[in-house]
Write a protein that binds this ligand. Structure first.
Ligand code: CUA
Length: 659
């Protein structure tokens, strides 16, 4: 069906183009057919004026989405060190939303005084309030290894935190962290039924925090992979049902969960098995050269169902608020290694779960591991030895099916539904399409440039769609108008069709915020986002009607022992009450409810000089508490253009001085 659709689509385009070209040619001829449609002449002329080739026009036809027409896919991309998540429609590449996650976002009233403050507080590290994050790898929730469109998870590499986004309202609803690890990278990824959201570490440090000299790196520094238990009903990660596994002080990297044939297992890459620590000012080689000595690093193979049993058997110790399976217990019971060449980066399980593709960024190959072989070697206890921490190492040659020679700097792999893999080549600045079965290169397409991750439509699930692939490139040096030395990133949309066709570059989309690392593309019809919040008074952070929801006709101001409480409603075009009188030093608790249910009736609520801004979408409730410690007159107003009388939607906070 997919093939036929794609072919007929392609045929349609071809015939449309040839008709247009024919009409254009006709209309362009001097003395051409009288009454020839002017659109044809217009097209040919436009193509000439704008110096567009037929292939440009073909690309435009594949991406142009007329007003009112909806996209077929959502692309969720990390926003890098903006700390946010980008929501983009495909194939139009229109930016729909930047979801506030680890960084405050004023339009959404996120992190400016409302209930989202509690999310940020939950993400404190070492008692410090963090107000940015480095988002890397978004993961959509899965059922049976396929995206189900319910939740999105994303990590903050900088401070080892995980956020949950509810795709019913595109709001961040939870940030979790622990003091176990200081930094993460191999995450987020989910087990096939989203039992766990997994956070793999990167730069080792003493587990649980605390000091140890770098000279004690091999003995006292560690990594740990955290399996955060996810409760689909509540939409929350449950830290008290989560656990971790201690890992050696290698730098664990990208990771993936097994599925179908390999369900129950997770796989983490690593580099710096040399355990280099840098020390350039202390007469030692830099970390990067120290970390690139070994020909092989270790893929970490973890049986997470066995790890679950070990937790139930009490084979853990409590570190950083989590039960942790110690390395000596994990080794050979739920944790094994196999070599991977050399300084590997991407690790991507094939759609059938039977094989794992590892790209070595300093190697020209992708290595294809067989899960069946790996499992057989583990069951037969066939090892070539142990590492320094007692973890058994599987024989490399017997664990793989083969290697595909791909090119320079292979990084990340995605799949289509036709048995092809697509791997980014960082050094070549290309995407290579190759056959998983034959390990043969089929085609390469140049991308511009510095490609990191690539993402195909549902390309890391059990049933990839093919059709579209996006290359996530860094630093677009000559693609766009100049905006100073800090260069935009470039998302390039590529048509991969049904896998049988030549790849075609369709569209360049500059990204003007932090470096987007990974992204996922999901069919739009899998999501069912709300249009308004129901019931009225709904608090998206708690996912329930707020106990302090205000009702029309029952708005009030009450002085209580803990301060002045204001139950306020917002409706086009007024706040009730609109005068708030307090005394200097009062703690003020505002409970503001947008009591409207019309789809576009969003209000904002900003108070001058108090760093407060709320977004009150239809039906939404927000609570905000502040101390009115500076006597004065502070206007507050609606920050959304909600109606003709939007400017009149305002009021005053009157802070009367103490005598
Ligand atoms: Cu309500 Cu502007």
């Amino acid at each position: 069906m997919r093939l036929r659709e794609a072919l007929s689509r392609r045929a349609e385009w071809a015939s449309t183009l040839s008709i247009m070209a024919a009409v254009g040619a006709l209309a362009c001829q001097p003395g051409g057919a009288p009454g020839a449609p002017s659109v044809g002449g217009g097209l040919a002329q436009l193509m000439q004026e704008r110096e567009l080739t037929e292939s440009d026009v073909m690309a435009a036809l594949k991406t142009y989405t007329p007003t009112g027409k909806l996209d077929e896919y959502y692309l969720f991309a990390s926003g890098g060190h903006s700390g946010q998540v980008l929501v983009i429609g495909l194939p139009s590449m229109r930016l729909l939303k930047v979801i506030g996650v680890f960084t405050p976002e004023p339009w959404q009233g996120y992190g400016y005084g409302g209930d989202s403050g509690a999310l940020f507080d939950a993400g404190e590290k070492h008692g410090r309030k963090m107000r940015w994050g480095d988002t890397h790898h978004p993961a959509l929730s899965e059922t049976g290894g396929d995206y189900d469109g319910e939740y999105l998870f994303i990590n903050d590499k900088n401070s080892a935190r995980i956020a949950v986004i509810d795709l019913r309202d595109f709001e961040t609803t939870q940030i979790v962290t622990s003091s176990l690890i200081e930094n993460d990278h191999g995450g987020t990824f989910v087990t096939p039924n989203t039992e766990y959201v997994i956070e793999g570490p990167q730069y080792p440090a003493p587990l649980g925090g605390g000091y140890a000299d770098i000279a004690d790196y091999a003995e006292k520094y560690r990594g740990a992979v955290i399996l955060w238990r996810f409760n689909r009903e509540t939409g929350k990660i449950e830290p008290d049902k989560s656990f971790a596994i201690e890992l050696p002080p290698y730098m664990q990297d990208l990771s993936d969960a097994g599925k179908l044939a390999s369900d129950g297992w997770i796989f983490l890459n690593s580099f710096n098995t040399e355990r280099a620590t840098g020390g350039t000012a202390e007469g030692k080689p830099p970390l990067e050269s120290g970390a690139s000595q070994n020909d092989m690093d270790y893929m970490h193979i973890i049986n997470w169902r066995r790890a679950e049993e070990m937790v139930a058997e009490g084979k853990t110790k409590q570190i950083g608020g989590l039960p942790v399976i110690p390395l000596d217990a994990a080794a050979g019971d739920c944790l094994w290694f196999v070599g991977e060449p050399k300084s590997p980066h991407g690790l991507d399980v094939t759609p059938d779960g039977k094989e794992l593709v590892v790209a070595g960024k300093l190697d020209t190959h992708a290595t294809v591991y067989s899960f069946e072989k790996i499992k057989g070697l583990i069951d037969a206890k066939k090892f070539v030895g142990n590492d320094d921490y007692g973890v058994p190492i599987l024989p490399f040659e017997e664990s793989i099916r083969g290697q595909a020679e791909l090119g320079l700097g292979p990084l990340h792999t995605q799949y289509d539904g036709a048995g092809n893999a697509y791997t980014s080549l960082f050094i070549e600045s290309k995407v290579v399409k190759w056959s998983v079965k034959d390990l043969k290169v089929l085609e390469k397409i140049p991308v511009h440039y510095n490609v990191g991750h690539i993402v195909a439509a549902e390309g890391d699930t059990v049933s990839p769609d093919g059709r579209f692939l996006v290359s996530l490139n860094k630093w677009a040096i000559d693609r766009f108008m100049k905006v100073g030395p800090l260069l935009p990133q470039n998302f390039q949309l590529i048509d991969i069709g049904d896998g049988s066709e030549t790849m075609q570059l369709l569209y360049d989309m500059p990204i003007g915020i932090g470096e987007p690392h990974y992204a996922q593309i999901v069919k739009a019809d899998k999501l069912n986002p709300k249009e308004v919040f129901e019931p009225i008074g709904y608090n998206p952070r708690t996912r329930a009607k707020d106990p302090n929801a205000a009702t029309s006709g029952e708005e009030r101001i009450e002085r209580r022992p803990d301060g002045v409480h204001v139950w306020m409603t917002a409706v086009r075009s007024r706040f009730t009450p609109d005068l708030i009188r307090v005394k200097e030093g009062d703690t003020v608790h505002l409970h503001v409810t947008n009591v409207e249910q019309a789809k576009d009736a969003t209000h904002g609520f900003g108070i001058g000089s108090h760093n407060v801004n709320l977004s009150l979408e239809p039906g939404e409730h927000e609570n905000v508490t502040f101390v009115a410690d500076d006597p004065g007159v502070y206007p507050f107003y609606c920050t959304e253009f909600c109606s003709a009388l939007h400017l009149e939607m305002a009021g005053y906070l009157l802070v009367e001085p103490n005598e």
